[in-house]
Design a protein around this ligand. Structure first.
Ligand SMILES: [Zn+2]
Length: 102
């Protein structure tokens, strides 16, 4: 088993560590216990782009995994920020590169 890659039997909240349960469906609605986020480790890759042959940097996904967030943590602002960072790692890279580029 890949570390950090939850299976269906033992999914834990990435933030507080509690076990999260599947969404419960009833006749009148459903109750969500967690939110899943597909993300992964990335590495920057240089590639040629367009007619000018301009070199751009893209991020290649090297190890995908899923992050689970329980509903309690999901309500917290810092957890929302962390999820946003995990969801868009390129934003971090862009911010880091902005000071040094060209
Ligand atoms: Zn949690």
């Amino acid at each position: 088993m890949i570390p950090g890659h939850g299976n269906r039997q033992s999914r834990h909240c990435h933030h507080c560590g509690r076990v999260v349960r599947d969404t419960v469906h009833t006749r009148t609605g459903y109750r969500v216990d967690f939110y899943g986020l597909h993300t992964g480790d990335v590495e920057p890759v240089q590639m040629q782009h367009g007619d000018e042959g301009e070199t751009i940097t893209i991020l290649r996904l090297i190890r995908p995994y899923e992050v689970f967030t329980c509903v309690d943590c999901y309500a917290q602002a810092d957890v929302q920020e962390e999820r946003e960072r995990l969801f868009r790692p390129e934003n971090l890279e862009a911010a880091a590169a902005a000071g040094t580029e060209r």
